[in-house]
Design a protein around this ligand. Structure first.
Ligand SMILES: C[S@@+](CC[C@H](N)C(=O)[O-])C[C@H]1O[C@@H](n2cnc3c(N)ncnc32)[C@H](O)[C@@H]1O
Length: 274
């Protein structure tokens, strides 16, 4: 897929997904978000850039950690997500958090202006993750740290069939690089190429719980990366993709809904001091 098309699919797809994202994904993603925040070890007074902040689930926790003497600039490609995040921000955090619509590959922010840069589950959607990591490095002060999380390799993610099921009905793949960064040491490698050292990586295996088939379908098709393609399907195509997806997750059908394996990779790096 060409990069500009991918950006458009992501931007307007996440606009659509923003309405249901929290309901669909806040619980299943919490373990990965916890791991990212643990690795970031934010301290009072830290100045933090967040890339691909989405609806602000991590932003609020980062703002809590840096306290009133800190600052969080939270950025995302989707205006819909940014609006959600602004609405959800507790009023007492308004003076230390700003939400800005910015593309991870071209942040347009000053050099060396932050102590920490974080990106929770966003870099899989960026056409050129190397460029995004270089941007994170550029805006960090020397010695500043970056922490990023991505979904792990395809074979460990029980919901992965959603992509081929949707891709079979569209002209170009929806998320061509989705599992690439979480495979092997790819995330760590991209951080190294962007000039980070002191590299560390953690793999987290989780279970994504969806209490009903409807919740699993909403998360897969409406609240996530295929939202744009799905929104354009005719009703009979929607029914077909839903049926195929439910078949693909049938092995994870449990007495209390669906318990689907999910794996994440979280990596840490430090911007080298000159
Ligand atoms: C799965 S959500 C993650 C949101 C949030 N960080 C979290 O942990 O809940 C992925 C986000 O990446 C954003 N995104 C996709 N491509 C992007 C890009 N090129 N630049 C910035 N954000 C992007 C989407 O708009 C979406 O909000």
């Amino acid at each position: 897929m060409d990069a500009r098309l991918q950006l458009r699919v992501q931007r307007y797809g996440w606009d659509r997904a923003s309405e249901v994202y929290d309901r669909a994904w806040s619980q299943p993603l919490e373990p990965a978000q916890n791991a990212l925040l643990e690795m970031a070890a934010l301290r009072p007074g830290d100045e933090v850039l967040e890339v691909a902040c989405g609806s602000g689930l991590v932003t609020v926790r980062a703002a809590e950690a840096v306290g009133p003497s800190g600052r969080v600039v939270a950025t995302d490609l989707s205006e819909g997500m940014i609006e959600r995040a602004r609405e959800a921000l507790p009023a007492e955090m308004a003076d230390r958090v700003t939400f800005e619509r910015r593309d991870a590959e071209a942040l347009g922010l000053d050099d060396e202006d932050f102590d920490v840069a974080i990106a929770s589950l966003g870099l899989m959607y960026v056409p050129d993750p190397d460029a995004a990591l270089r941007e994170m490095a550029r805006v960090l002060r020397p010695g500043g740290r970056a922490v990023a999380s991505v979904w792990g390799e395809r074979s460990a993610c029980g919901w992965a069939e959603v992509f081929p099921i949707v891709d079979a009905r569209v002209r170009t793949e929806v998320c061509p690089l989705f599992f690439q960064l979480g495979t092997g040491e790819a995330l760590r490698d991209v951080m190294a190429r962007a000039g980070f050292d002191d590299l560390a990586e953690r793999r987290i295996d989780t279970t994504l719980h969806f209490p009903t088939a409807e919740a699993a379908l909403e998360a897969a098709f409406v609240g996530g990366p295929v939202a744009m393609a799905y929104s354009r399907f005719e009703p009979e195509i929607r029914e077909a993709v839903q049926r195929e997806y439910l078949q693909s997750i049938e092995p994870f059908h449990a007495t209390d809904g669906y318990r689907i394996p999910g794996t994440f990779v979280v990596a840490h790096g430090r911007r080298a001091t000159p």
